[in-house]
Design a protein around this ligand. Structure first.
Ligand code: FAD
Ligand code: NAI
Length: 466
């Protein structure tokens, strides 16, 4: 087996495997190294995919219990958690195998082992006590991120879990305490809430989902509260004790004050993720990190050391699989002498709860802070025919457009299928479309997408179906 490649990619997640595939398509020889033993990274193994499998299954369980009767379907529903977990694992297994197949198709050598950069152009891979030395003109680091720890709290992945443990609990906890009202806390909190757990979410800030458009965030919190989740905002965890019958968690106001205690069977720590660069040998080769421990790069993803690049969660920007994928494509194309580019103004984000929350572009708060004059168009799902037929009328579509030019600046959707509905607004932003372009595009009836059109009409005050 040759040990010299055009490019070596360290990390086999959405950043790494997509970089190797695109480089292969462009005729470069590559190796893609991952120490996990299976490819697909955080996303496929312990992130996007297993969480979405459980979100889907638990949503169906909840629907069967609560909505079937409303539609005249009589069913006796009970939970078979081991089978639900096995179904999730099956999907993960199939998709990770799929990545190996795609790497093979791109003629990329998939190497299982821990990669370390020993010098520019040189990578050592350790696996099963053996070391292999590789060389390449280009090295792409795509080593992703890891769970941010809560000081003073040890994660055992049984009682005190990170997202990884929360994706594999062997029984439904009676009481689940979630620390952090971000994406992971609310998605996995929803899973266990639907399966029967009493879920309390403790959040340091005075709001959930920081960064999300405030109006959407408030409506989202109301919906989750209606579903049975309890929120303690402006609160921090200051200690946790393991007792015979479970956990006793001490919380206090974020600004300091009287402490109180919450009993829980399981505590999920979901306070963010941090870049993972340990053991890569970066210090020795002189690769610089930024003030948050991320690999510092230029706009072409090159670090301060020529020939060493970084993409995905280990560099700046949102920690999202599709952002990693887009950077992979752009970085690979740059390396191959093409004009790869990522439009960071049009990176969507989706919270896969029910209803979903999806957004792209600027929030109202960001536009106000930047002093940009804007117009708003809004449309509630209560007035959308399809939403009525599927009993899913919570939420609304909100479109923000430039007051002078009508160019779409942001779109925010709380509602059924929000993630899929957002795609047309992402495309609109990518093409520099106006809200009128969306409003005058024919949308099929009866679809949820008509709510997007009606919101776009609302920007110019001609919403028709309200
Ligand atoms: P990763 O996927 O983390 O891959 C990095 C890989 O590098 C890992 O497999 C690791 O083993 C390997 N590695 C690290 N160091 C070395 C080394 N020295 N040698 C060899 N290999 C090494 N994002 C979304 O867009 N949508 C979602 O729905 C979503 N859901 C999520 C749910 C959860 C519970 C979590 C935790 C994350 C979720 N994310 C989601 C985020 C998403 O998983 C990440 O943004 C994405 O995986 C980042 O891709 P990456 O390639 O940069 O890194
Ligand atoms: P997050 O950054 O989304 O949320 C963390 C939350 O914890 C924030 O609200 C923060 O204010 C709060 N917090 C921080 N310290 C705290 C403390 N000491 N006590 C109480 N609250 C505290 O991070 P999360 O949910 O862990 O997710 C990590 C990353 O994974 C996200 O950046 C996200 O991009 C990605 N992800 C994406 C998903 C998606 O796209 N659907 C799903 C899951 C994860």
């Amino acid at each position: 087996m040759a040990d010299d490649f055009d490019a070596i990619v360290i990390g086999g997640g959405p950043g790494g495997y997509n970089a190797a595939i695109r480089l292969g398509q462009l005729g470069l020889s590559t190796a893609c190294i991952d120490k996990r033993g299976v490819f697909g990274g955080t996303c496929l193994n312990i992130g996007c995919i297993p969480s979405k499998a459980l979100l889907h299954a638990s949503e169906r369980f909840h629907e069967a219990q609560h909505d079937f009767a409303k539609m005249g379907i009589k069913a006796q529903v009970s939970l078979d958690l081991p089978t639900m977990m096995a179904a999730k694992d099956k999907v993960v297994g199939e998709l990770t195998k799929g990545v190996e197949f795609l790497l093979k198709k791109a003629k990329s050598e998939a190497i299982v082992g821990e990669g370390r950069i020993t010098a520019p152009g040189k990578v050592e891979v350790k696996s099963g006590g053996k070391t292999r030395s590789l060389t390449a003109r280009h090295i792409i680091i795509a080593t992703g991120s890891d769970v941010a720890p809560l000081p003073g709290v040890t994660i055992d992945e049984k009682q005190i879990v990170s997202s990884t443990g929360a994706l594999s609990l062997s029984e439904v906890p009676k009481k689940l305490l979630v620390v952090g009202a971000g994406v992971i806390g609310l998605e996995l909190g929803s899973v266990w809430n639907r399966l029967g757990a009493e879920v309390t979410v403790v959040e340091f800030l005075d709001r959930i989902t920081p960064g999300m458009d405030m109006e959407v965030s408030k409506a989202f919190q109301r919906v989750l509260t209606k579903q049975g989740m309890t929120f303690q905002l402006s609160t921090k965890v200051s200690g946790v004790e393991k007792k015979k019958n479970g956990l006793v968690v001490t919380v206090e106001p974020a600004a300091g004050g009287e402490k109180s205690q919450i009993e829980a069977d399981v505590m999920l720590v979901a306070i963010g993720r941090r870049p993972y660069t340990a053991g890569l040998g970066l210090e020795a080769v002189g690769v610089k990190l930024d003030n948050r421990g991320r690999i510092a790069t230029d706009h072409h993803y090159q670090s301060n050391v020529p020939g060493i690049y970084a993409i995905g969660d280990c560099r700046e920007g949102p920690m999202l699989a599709h952002k990693a994928e887009d950077e992979a494509v752009a970085c690979a194309e740059r390396i191959a002498g093409k004009a790869g580019h990522v439009n960071y103004d049009a990176i969507p984000s989706v919270v896969y709860t029910f209803p979903e929350v999806a957004s792209v572009g600027k929030t109202e708060e960001e536009l106000k802070a930047a002093g940009i004059a804007y117009k708003v168009g809004k449309f509630p799902f209560t007035a959308n025919a399809r939403a009525k037929t599927i009993l899913a009328t919570d939420g609304f579509v909100k479109i923000l457009a430039d007051a002078a030019t009508d160019k779409v600046l942001g779109a925010h959707i709380l509602g059924p299928e929000a993630g899929n509905l957002l795609a047309e607004m992402v495309l609109a932003m990518e093409f520099g479309a106006s809200s009128e372009d969306v409003a005058r595009t024919c949308h099929s009836h009866p679809t949820l997408s008509e709510a997007v059109r009606q919101a776009a009409m609302g920007v110019e005050n001609w919403t028709m179906q309200m």
